[in-house]
Design a protein around this ligand. Sequence first.
Ligand code: GLU
Length: 494
Amino acid sequence: MTKVRTRIAPSPTGDPHVGTAYIALFNLCFARQHGGEFVLRIEDTDQQRSSRESEQQIFDALRWLGIEWNEGPDVGGPHGPYRQSERGHIYKQYSDELVANGHAFPCFCSTERLDQVRAEQMARKETPRYDGHCMHLAPEEAQRRIAAGESHVTRMKVPTEGVCVVPDMLRGDVEIPWDRMDMQVLMKADGLPTYFLANVVDDHLMGITHVLRGEEWLPSAPKLIKLYEYFGWDQPALCYMPLLRNPDKSKLSKRKNPTSITFYQRMGFLPEAMLNYLGRMGWSMPDEREKFTLDEMVEHFDLSRVSLGGPIFDMEKLSWLNGQWIRELSVEQFAGEVQRWALNPEYLMKIAPLVQGRVETFSQIEPLAGFFFSGSVNADISLFAHKKLDADTVRLAMQLLLWKLEALRQWDKDRITAVVQAVAEHLEVKLRDLMPLLFASITGQASSVSVLDAMEILGPDLSRFRLRQAIETLGGVSKKETKEWEKRLSAIAC
Ligand code: GLU
């Protein structure tokens, strides 16, 4: 029998997401349960949005949780390279094969033409899709245009009628009509593959036998299935895991819930508890016990126990479970964990230079800098009353700061300062006019140690979380304001 091989294939385009850890956990359990292997592949074909920092954060966050992979970019393995950006030469060959066999075709349509077709289809209330304009070009004509250096993409052909049956391990056969599928671009004009081509080729070449992925990918499954068929390859078993949800049942989003794994690390959750909680997302132990280890989960793992109702990721429940884990530690273990969390020399050495010159006794440290060791600071609303800015502008300023800081990939004092400066200029105020708002949000006090340094040390997760909380304290931002204020973002130079 072929060895079971599963994988997680994150795109390194932002903070390491709890959804990635959740899917990784289920793939890991499935592989281990069958004595198989679990692979980590980095899907970084979107060069604009992918970064090595983000990739490293994914490795660190998964490892912190106790998720280990048998093969991956950092540990190697026989099916490498495991980064799609290093596999560019492979995809072209497969794309050419599809064109040669008549399953795909070069498309020279300009963006303007595509936009126009789209607008016309929308006006006719049709689902916008590619109209097949370049599909019938004579191969010699297409070759001539390619040889002349004309910009083009490669699109796959898809049936126009009938249904595709997607055999899902959880739902059984799911029927999706072909007329919902577009002639998907497989190779972009820059010569890089899209997700669809790279994903299918890599899963095949890496010998992946089972693909457990989020259900947001179910609607596009027919395209993947068709590609397997075009190539004449066995398709892996497919399993579409239910999406994590906010307590209000909407799709888990950072607007409503912190979604970065590192946030939970900085808040002082135990990795074992976090992993345990992710294992409770849509799954339960046969005896319904809430607290279990990874090994216990693997031992009792059974995909048929996954329930399709959207699992709710609720920080309060997670905290409760974390409390259970904490109480079962020995006192020595507890103290050790706390030390590792934030009472470690490395963290203290970052804080010490800010504090040393401002205290006369050590007992003054806590009132001055206790915010380095908390999650929320619950600033009093009076701290946001501003001499120059009215209440709406205060909220506007804070929301703009939050958005800009959310987009910041490298987190250091200079870059944070540049953001604050740019927002200040946009609002035609001075940098120092925005400082009281930062002090209030981040430290919970009217003044403290340098708040820009403090933000660097606290890190992006806690800093953004506190800004978000402060905005909520001030009454939040309405949908209408969000729409209006978002338009300002492009005018802020940073
Ligand atoms: N790169 C995709 C993602 O980021 C992978 C999806 C899949 O598992 O096929 O979610």
